[in-house]
Write a protein that binds this ligand. Structure first.
Ligand code: BG6
Length: 469
């Protein structure tokens, strides 16, 4: 099934690996303002201003795993692993430190030149996310981030800079990581802070989402002119919502939850707003600044491929009283009694991967790329420096088996799989290092202490063998 053009790789995000947060002219971004600890969730949800975090808060993105200074060693490990693709993101504020500059920061671009060239030398295809939960603080200060239409031009300038610089080198671009995360964590997803005393939360979120989708369509248009051989994909945090039971009320809430989740792909892949959303806006009094020109851009510049993350399915129930709703996942829903859960409470559902691949293909008929899938778990290093992560191997094996069945038995055209996260990094939701996803262990703890030494886990050898067959 998996032929030699299939992209096998790993994935990461600048704000979770690079560190070096003010090195070589980099400016601050929203995630640099997101502390580890109890305030993290409220700030991520845009409910608490970031500047109200505790004075002694620890900010894990500032150093992360210091990929900025370890990229050579890390790419050598990827080459040893045998992958032919690596999905990573570019830090917007490394290229435009405040976002407002007319010319880019050459030192920031030079870093990505080195990374991309080294990947290519090693036969590793770069898959680049333009914006992975990353907004320069300067744009938050000037425009309140994606609340303002001017962000479209700021994003266009940034994206065009990347397209011109990496023309002929980068074939796959992703405009916004998990664009639907804006619904659940608008500060993480889009740098939004929402004052619910004066603002309608849904209005703010859907307006910002509209500007992001227009920016993505505009970037697609610009990419087609600059580098016609390259492709631009949308990216969704995927996972079907199952009805908790056959009760039609449960089926209806699950259907609506799926529609909300797929809203972004509907616009980015089909090129138009779905009717239910427009009706919903009417009912809620939401008025979106949406011009004829925006609608034409969306219609004419749909995505080339659909990328998605898959960690877990979700379950919806109309009446949630007396049911466990603590799913540990931003996407909400209720606990599915048929599934096992990770140490962080996330549902483990390999079959759900086959289901969601079919759902996405049935809806859009565009090539798919699975760009995140993995297990966050605590790892223990033995005295002789080994990490026996059989739980991670079981998770990956079960999901890859379902992925293959979706390809072979259902005919789903999947062009690549980049597991999350090849190397341990800072968790987006919790800010912890101890929620580890890597095949490669990094010696660093939740308080930011450790040698940063890299160690291969048992899953490293297992994955290398698996993808070589
Ligand atoms: C996705 C994000 O939501 O899931 C990643 O794109 C994130 O940035 C990953 O790290 C895993 O989630 P978490 O919260 O466990 O790090």
């Amino acid at each position: 099934m998996v032929n030699n053009t299939f992209l096998w790789g790993g994935a990461s995000a600048a704000n979770q690996i690079e560190g070096a947060y003010v090195t070589d002219g980099r400016g601050l971004s929203n995630i640099d303002l997101l502390p580890h600890g109890e305030d993290r969730l409220a700030i991520a949800q845009g409910r608490m201003p970031y500047n109200q975090a505790k004075a002694d808060a620890f900010y894990p993105s500032h150093e992360s795993i210091d990929f900025y200074h370890h990229y050579e060693e890390d790419i050598a490990l990827m080459a040893e692993l045998g992958v032919n693709a690596y999905r990573f993101s570019i830090s917007w504020s490394r290229i435009f430190p405040t976002g407002l500059e007319d010319t880019p920061n050459e030192a920031g671009l030079a870093f990505y030149d080195r990374v991309i060239d080294l990947l290519l030398e090693n036969g590793i295809e770069p898959i680049v996310t333009i914006c992975h939960f990353d907004v320069p603080k300067g744009l938050m200060d000037a425009f309140e981030s994606w609340k303002n239409r001017q962000m479209i031009a700021m994003y266009e300038k940034y994206a065009v800079t990347l397209f011109e610089r990496y023309k002929g080198k980068v074939k796959y671009w992703i405009s916004f990581n998990e664009i639907n995360m804006i619904l659940h964590k608008p500060f993480t997803g889009a740098g939004l802070q929402i004052d619910e005393a004066t603002e309608n939360r849904q209005q703010v979120i859907y307006q910002a989402a509209h500007y992001e989708m227009v920016a993505s369509a505009l970037a697609t248009k610009r990419l087609r002119a600059i580098d016609p051989d390259a492709q631009l994909g949308s990216m969704l945090a995927a996972g079907d919502y199952y009805p908790y039971s056959a009760n039609p009320e449960d089926v209806l809430v699950a259907q609506r939850a799926n529609q909300e989740n797929f809203f972004f792909l509907d616009v980015q892949s089909r090129g138009a707003y779905p009717r239910w959303v427009l009706k919903d806006f009417e009912r809620q009094g939401i008025q979106i600044d949406m011009t004829e020109e925006d609608l034409a851009l969306l219609a004419e510049n749909t995505c080339d491929f659909i990328s998605f993350s898959y960690y877990a399915s979700r379950t919806s129930k109309a009446d949630t009283s007396g049911v466990d709703t603590n799913t540990g996942n931003a996407a909400g829903g209720v606990v599915n009694p048929y599934l096992k859960r990770s140490e962080w409470g996330w549902m483990i559902d390999p079959t759900g991967l086959r289901i969601v691949m079919n759902t996405i293909w049935d809806r859009y008929q565009k090539p798919l790329m699975l760009v995140e899938n993995g297990l966050g778990a605590k790892d223990t290093v033995t005295e002789d420096g080994k990490i026996h992560d059989d739980y991670r191997i079981s998770y990956l094996e079960a999901h890859l088996d379902m992925m293959k069945r979706a390809m072979e038995e259902d005919g789903i055209p999947l062009i690549g799989y980049t597991m999350w996260s090849i190397i341990d990094l800072v968790s987006s939701s919790s800010g912890e290092m101890s929620k580890r996803y890597g095949l490669i262990y990094v010696d660093r703890n939740d308080a930011g202490q450790g040698s940063l030494k890299r160690l291969k886990k048992d899953s490293f050898a297992w994955f290398k063998d698996y993808i070589s067959k």
